[in-house]
Design a protein around this ligand. Structure first.
Ligand code: ATP
Length: 506
């Protein structure tokens, strides 16, 4: 695995996985572009998630809902009121900071001073953040008297009181920009699932329990985007809302925790690198009955959230439904006089309308990609003493499945045959097969190690049956296949290639 974020950032740029967004105009903070290899890796991760959570189950449906949503959706979901982080301004340099990030970035002794001022245990970081949020005036005093600095410039700040900052991106819809014409870019894909609950039930005749899965972009105006693609302002999520009968929710919660951990394992992210945080009651989001955060051990960052698996009770459908009063909701929801739909489903035993409970496994695609990259990253010393970097992706995630390399680029017969092999393999539908005719075989191998291509096929003069007098004519119509991980090369007949590759990449 990778030992630092820097080596991943550098490989991603060098080989075309990830670039800074709007880079040629100086870059835009919190936005990244996925390059030729990044787009393949990302698509493969999303496809693996979809396969496992939709196709391989009998109790799931898919959805692709719109990104811009009616402001009432985000009002009744609770996001307008609560989707915010406390921020503080530094009056000296006019920069804005997310309070918990600012405190986390301080040296231990400074953190201890802040904690002492607030009267909490410095070891208990969540309690410290909670105390700072609860008492804004005392918090700014604590920051000031403890000498809290900007982690990057080193400058001691003159801090304002923490204020909540809503992270939703707003936009105007249509030609007239007035008080009523705005909507939001969704801050999570989940709300599109809840607002389509009735449409999906009516069109598929689903009964409890069943789930709806969605992959798509979400937008959060993070105050301090950082750590490469770990915290970005335009992100992608893979979310499931699994609807079940109240009372069965705890079993389903356990089921999904197990399922999700084994999915991560199958992507090369082992359980031993994921800590399960059973979020303490006092830190739970307002909608949550219980939440497991999966904390992956990222290089440089340490354990940070890669996925949250929440029991959201009947909060969401209960918030978006009409006739709330007659539905015996468990969650405490705000009054909704705007919704025109009753979001109930027959109870499987009594047939009476019930608002189901929801289990939500929610994973970030960007954080998944970072973890997959980090686990695949390997530095090896070869027998000849040379060092190589190799990305040991699981084959189904590799951006390029096979590179077909003509030994010399200036020999039309070699190039033509390589192209033909490439075209035939491409038809198998395994993903990207690349014709690699850059000419230098050593460089090609090094490049494909570094981007994690499982197999390199080389077409040489023996393949054409025209090496030299003492060449082995029995090698005609064979190619060498080099294995990324073992570096073993074997000679295979061209006619056997398709079956061989298919079996290996299954
Ligand atoms: P954090 O505490 O790290 O800000 P969160 O608790 O707000 O994350 P959720 O609202 O639970 O995150 O979102 C579900 C998932 O979406 C997260 O587990 C993460 O993988 C992903 N995610 C959330 N915010 C971001 C972001 N700014 N950049 C990249 N991925 C994100």
């Amino acid at each position: 695995p990778a030992t630092s974020m820097e080596e991943l950032v550098s490989l991603c740029k060098r080989r075309g996985f990830i670039f800074q967004g709007s880079e040629i105009y100086g870059g835009l903070q919190g936005f990244y572009d996925y390059g030729p290899l990044g787009v393949e890796l990302k698509n493969n991760i999303k496809a693996a998630w979809w396969r496992s959570n939709v196709y391989e189950r009998d109790d799931m449906e898919g959805l692709d809902s719109s990104i811009i949503m009616h402001r009432l959706v985000l009002r009744h979901s609770g996001h307008e009121a609560t989707f915010s982080d406390p921020m503080v301004d530094n009056k000296k340099n006019n920069k804005r900071y997310r309070l918990d990030h600012l405190v986390k970035d301080q040296k231990a002794e400074v953190q201890a001073k802040v904690a002492a001022h607030m009267g909490v245990d410095p070891e208990n970081f969540p309690a410290l953040v909670a105390a700072l949020n609860a008492e804004p005036a005392k918090a700014s005093e604590a920051l000031r008297t403890s000498g809290v600095r900007d982690a990057f410039s080193g400058e001691v700040g003159d801090w304002t009181e923490p204020k909540p900052f809503n992270m939703m991106f707003k936009t105007t819809i249509g030609p007239v920009a007035d008080e009523e014409s705005y909507g939001y870019l969704r801050p999570e894909t989940a709300q599109g699932i809840f607002t389509n609950f009735k449409n999906v039930v009516d069109s598929t005749s689903r009964r409890l329990p069943f789930g709806i899965a969605q992959i798509g972009k979400a937008f959060r105006n993070e105050i301090t985007p950082r750590n490469f693609i770990f915290r970005v302002r335009e992100l992608e999520q893979m979310e499931i809302e699994f609807f079940c009968t109240p009372g069965t929710d705890e079993d389903w919660h356990a089921h999904w925790l197990e399922k999700r951990l084994s999915w991560w394992e199958a992507q090369g992210v082992p359980r031993s690198k994921i800590e399960i945080l059973d979020v303490p009651k006092e830190d739970l989001a307002h909608y949550s009955k219980r939440t497991y955060d999966l904390m992956y051990d990222y290089p440089t960052l340490g354990h940070e959230e890669i996925e949250g698996i929440a029991n959201r009770s009947d909060y969401d459908l209960g918030s978006h439904t009409k006739s709330q009063a007659e539905l015996n909701l468990v969650a405490s929801v705000s009054e909704n006089n705007d919704s025109i739909a009753k979001l109930t489903i027959p109870h499987p035993e009594t047939n009476k309308p019930v608002v189901p409970f929801v289990i939500e496994p929610s994973a970030g695609v960007d954080r998944a990609l970072l973890a997959v990259l980090s686990e695949a990253f390997t530095k090896e010393t070869l027998e000849n003493g040379n060092e190589r970097i190799v990305l040991k992706f699981k084959p189904h995630l590799a951006p390029i499945k096979v590179a077909v390399i003509p030994l010399a680029r200036n020999k039309p017969e070699l190039v033509e045959l390589a192209r033909q092999i490439k075209n035939d393999l491409q038809k198998l539908g395994l993903g990207r097969i690349l014709l690699e005719d850059s000419g230098n075989i050593g460089k090609a191998y090094r490049r494909h190690d570094e981007v994690g291509t499982p197999y390199c096929i080389t077409v040489d003069f023996d393949t054409l049956g025209q090496s030299n007098e003492d060449s082995d004519i029995s090698l005609k119509d064979t190619v060498t296949v080099r294995d990324r991980d073992t570096l073993q090369q074997e000679r295979l007949k061209i006619s056997e290639l398709a079956g061989w590759i298919q079996a290996k990449l299954k």
